[in-house]
Design a binder for this molecule. Structure first.
Ligand SMILES: Nc1nc2c(ncn2[C@@H]2O[C@H](COP(=O)(O)OP(=O)(O)OP(=O)(O)O)[C@@H](O)[C@H]2O)c(=O)[nH]1
Ligand SMILES: [Mg+2]
Length: 306
């Protein structure tokens, strides 16, 4: 690949976004990239793998590494997720540690701060997210509690959804990146294939419509992805669950739930691909797959190689 011309002083590097589940890591990465590269939901443990969101400007290329929320795992899938997140730390030029500042630090935040003491890492920037939900009386005590946990190179109160301080945080991140040329062509926004994002968009709708443990027990596999014509793609996918009872819930009465998930997912995939999509969904049981190493791997959840 030819080295692209960049202006003098150009900065580039990898920024791993770590934090406990549900603090808004994927929301922030999507906002910076300007497109949905990572799915988002109000439920914890949405992101399951490492994925890139690439922001290219004239003066900088920031490669955000979105990671699964760090938590105490309860099954093999959880172990792979947490290990995946941990592994990104030593390779990053900047660690963006994100917390939910609207609440005080939790046990998981403390665990992550401990993790940062053992893993070698570059400068840490603390993103105090969800500042829009922070009651004024709590601004100082919450901020101080988080600053006591980790001594960051810099920190910022931010709202990923409302946009407050998002640009300032980005300037701070870029200021901590090394000078150098781009790693990726300027039009590249992620490392994922279209079919991988399509599978994630189906899982996102399952997370949106289903309750309790059911959405967490889901894995989505694309069976077929065909271009039927210049403006129509045919996609067939299987939604795997862990129990017969979950299968019944995902399908719903007279197939109503599956139709709802499919209709919304189809719209999202059409927006991604920029063409019409014919989406066919199937539901199958793979008993306790999250506990079985071979199944977890089969569904594509593997700790990435260095
Ligand atoms: N009020 C408010 N909500 C936010 C903000 N940022 C994210 N959220 C919401 O928080 C929820 C979780 O967001 P995600 O981006 O999926 O969180 P995550 O950290 O990637 O979660 P995991 O992938 O599970 O680790 C979603 O409902 C978001 O809309 C924010 O700044 N303010
Ligand atoms: Mg996420």
């Amino acid at each position: 690949m030819a080295v692209e011309e960049v202006p003098p002083g150009h900065r580039a590097g990898f920024v791993t976004v770590i934090g406990r589940p549900n603090v808004g890591k994927s929301t922030l990465v999507n906002a910076y990239v300007g497109q949905k590269v990572a799915i988002v939901s109000p439920k914890p443990q949405t992101t399951r793998g490492r994925l890139l969101g690439i922001l290219t400007r004239n003066d900088a290329q920031v490669i955000f590494v979105d990671t699964p929320g760090i938590h105490t795992p309860k099954h093999k899938l959880g172990e792979v997720m947490v290990e995946t997140a941990r592994r990104t730390i030593p390779d990053a030029d900047v660690v963006l540690f994100m917390v939910d500042v609207s609440v005080p630090p939790t046990e998981e935040d403390t665990q992550i701060a401990e993790l940062l003491k053992t893993e070698p890492h570059g400068p840490v920037i603390l993103a105090l997210n969800k500042s829009d939900l922070l009651p004024p009386a709590h601004v100082v005590p919450h901020t101080e509690s988080y600053l006591a946990l980790v001594q960051p190179a810099a920190w910022m109160l931010v709202s990923a959804t409302r946009g407050d301080n998002r640009d300032k945080l980005l300037d701070l991140i870029i200021a901590h990146l090394p000078e150098g040329p781009r790693y990726y062509p300027p039009d590249e926004i992620t490392d994922q294939q279209e079919r991988d994002i399509a599978a994630e968009l189906i899982r996102e709708q399952a997370l949106a419509f289903l309750r309790d443990e059911v959405p967490h027990a889901i894995a989505v596999q694309i069976e077929e992805f065909q271009e039927r014509s210049a403006n129509l793609a045919y996609i067939s996918a299987t939604i795997y669950v862990e129990k017969e009872s979950q299968k019944a819930i995902v399908i719903g009465k007279d197939g109503e739930m599956l139709r709802k998930i499919g209709a919304r997912a189809r719209q999202e995939i059409e927006a991604l691909l920029g063409r019409r999509v014919y989406l066919e969904l199937w539901v199958k049981v793979r008993k306790n797959w999250r506990k079985r190493e071979a199944d977890v791997r089969r569904f594509g959840y593997v700790v990435p190689e260095r």
